[in-house]
Structure formats: structure tokens, C-alpha cells
Design a protein around this ligand. Sequence first.
Ligand code: MN
Ligand code: MN
Length: 300
Amino acid sequence: MILKMDRLPIELPTPKNPSPNSAAAVQELLGGKFGEMSTLMNYTYQSFNFRGRKKLRPFYDLICSIAGEEYGHIEVVSYTINLLLSGVTKRGIDPTVTPLANGTDARNTRHFIASGQTALPMDSQGDFWTGGNVFSSGNLKLDLLHNFFLECGARGNKMRVYEMVEDRTAREMVGYLLVRGGIHIVAYAKALEKLTGVDVTKLLPIPDLSNDAFPEAKKHMQNKVHLKLYTFSQEDYKQAGLIWTGTHPEDGQPLEFIQGSPEGFPAPDLDEEPQLNAPGADEIDPEMFADIAKKLGVKF
Ligand code: MN
Ligand code: MN
């Protein structure tokens, strides 16, 4: 079961240059083959499908812990897309002024037609994410090797999107996810080492460039964010800490294992886009719920 928090892992700044084409590029990090939906669903299915837990519990707990973290990653990428799309068309309720005219020049027209200028489960070319991106062979060595490869591929894609999009909202998100994805790369490398004796960390970093080249990632490294593995559970998945041991292969600092999750930050409150009728519901009386709360004696 999952327990949810109305929080994001980082505080996302408001874009300086909202842009539908930047948002379209960022979609790759959400619904691309190597995007956050893929990491989330790969580890989620591998955890549901894990056989032989009595013998291999630490590997099961590790995959479960990382799956929990990926949920917050699909959220933070989606909010980045939503913020990059906020205010990019003419706000108002008069349809005759062609308020969505900008949408015809945007690479992803579906952001304006199929959604309220918000994220969709698709890649940067507008192809919908598919369950075909999930690899869950049931063979632990193969699944871990796949996960290591998936995280390295994801890292490469993040770097390229960073190189395409200059806006601070996208770069804050990418910087943070480079660091957290780096944790997952090291975690799967350590899992493969525990399972086989092979020192996979010798391959790192893939791609070769260090996270230190990205200022928005470097600040998290300085705060030791790259050392902390969380269980994303209050009580469970403790044995992941039997794999997350020793030092970080890049800087030799001791790794930290934390039961629970980071505290997080409030999610941005997205402005209305009346020209899209998003959210609409203009007739609702804002006092209604305040009155009900008062009658129930609950805080509103
Ligand atoms: Mn991720
Ligand atoms: Mn990851």
C-alpha cells in the first residue's frame, strides 16, 4: 500500500521564461523510455513480482525503497512541465480573440487541446508512455543489470534536456534528479556487487561528465544529498540498508541510510487558465466548504 504526502522533494521556482517548447522537451524526462514513469513502473512491478524474498530480502527492500522515491520524481517533473506551460496563452474567457493561437506553433499541441496546459504521460515527441517500457524478467541479476542501465540512460537524457532548456525551473528539477538518480545508479551497482562480486562502480560515471558540472546538482552534493538512501516507508524496507553500505565511489564519503522520506516542500498552486476553462467551476461558492467545516467543527 502507499501513503501519500502533498509535498514535492524540492522547492520549484517559478519559470523566468515559460515556454511550451521547453515543456515539450521536459516531457521526455516524464514519459520517455528512460523517463520517471519508466523507472517508477519498472521498480514497482519488479517489487510486486519478486520471488524468494526469504533468501533475498535486502534486494527486495532496495527495489521497493527506490520505487517509492520515483513517485516523487514523476510529480516534480510534472510540476516543472505545468509551470513551464502556465501563462503561455492569452488569459480570458473570450474565445473570439483566439487566445490559444500560440498553441499552433508549439511542438506539442496536445498540451493545449487534451490538457489544461499541463503534463501528459508522453515523451518529448508526443508519443504516449507504454507498459512496453517495463522490464520485469523475474531474474534478479538481469533485473538489477537492467535497472543500472535504465538509471544511466536516464542520467544521459537529463543532461541533454539540461543542455536544451535554460529556464531555472527545469534546471532546478534536473539538477536535483541528477543527484538522486546518481544514488540509484550507485545503489544498483552495489546490489550487483553484493550479488556477484563484480565491482560495477568502476564503470561510473556514465555518461563521463560529473554532476559537479551542473551548478544546480553541485549544491545538493555539497549538502550530502547524494549520500542518503531513503526507504520511503515509516517501518518497512529496513534491509535495503544492508546493501547501501560503505562509501560513495565518486568522493569516498560514508553513505547514509534513512528510514522514512525527506521532509519535502509544498507543491506549487497552479494558476487558473480561464481560456481553457481550467478548472472552470466558476459558479462554486468559495464560502460553501468554509460553512460545512464550521458546522463540522473542523479546521479549514
Ligand atoms: Mn527518478
Ligand atoms: Mn531513479
